[in-house]
Ligand binder design. Structure first.
Ligand SMILES: [Zn+2]
Length: 209
């Protein structure tokens, strides 16, 4: 875990600690209602997040509301739908380090195009909605006994890259820490105010504004 060998118990504590830090920084622990997505595209996510909040103790346990979610397009379309699903409130994103690494490789291989750079921040706001990613510093492989998350976005190109990243991470944990820092490669100057995507020729492909 992060290049260290930990037993299941310590690994679970480390995952919880990282998530707690993000949620606490984002002010999520003092929020009464938290929204989370429930979808076959990322199986296990809502169970995982429920368990993580429970591990943080009753005192800190906000009410969790599940938003049923579906998307049938590319990973960019999925991100667009997620980021525009609710216009207000605190919404948890199913973002893990392996997902970010795969999305970075996917976006580089695609060349220019819409790119959601703000998902590389642990928390950010779009209008009245606040997005928080408690698992942003953890990979799916580090979850051990806390739970499981399986991404199957239905975007063949992304899913292939994602599976490759997972297999590489088994032997190369440094890769995990590369993605969030490589993000400086993308200097996004203009972003869509509605969904946060980078603008291409001054336009957002998905919001049509
Ligand atoms: Zn947009």
């Amino acid at each position: 875990m992060g290049g260290r060998d930990l037993c299941v118990l310590c690994a679970n504590n480390e995952v919880t600690k990282r998530a707690y830090r993000v949620l606490s920084e984002a002010g999520a622990l003092h929020t009464e209602a938290i929204y989370t997505f429930s979808s076959p595209l990322f199986q296990g996510w809502n169970n995982l997040i429920g368990r993580l909040l429970a591990r943080m103790g009753k005192k800190n346990e906000p009410k969790l509301y599940e938003l049923p979610f579906e998307s049938h397009g590319s990973v960019d379309e999925m991100l667009h739908l997620m980021l525009t699903y609710r216009k207000e409130g605190l919404i948890l994103l199913p973002i893990t380090t392996d997902f970010l690494t795969a999305y970075l490789i996917y976006s580089i291989s695609k060349g220019h195009g819409p790119f959601y750079s703000n998902i590389y921040s642990p928390h950010f706001t779009l209008g009245l909605a606040k997005f928080v990613s408690p698992m942003i510093r953890t990979s799916a492989l580090e979850l051990a006994g806390v739970g499981e998350i399986r991404f199957n976005i239905g975007d063949d190109e992304f899913d292939t890259i994602y599976m490759w990243v997972l297999s590489e991470l088994n032997d190369n944990s440094e890769l995990l820490f590369t993605a969030p820092t490589s993000i400086t490669l993308f200097s996004v100057k203009e972003r869509c105010l509605n969904c946060g995507s980078s603008l291409v020729n001054g336009r957002c492909k998905f919001c049509e504004i």
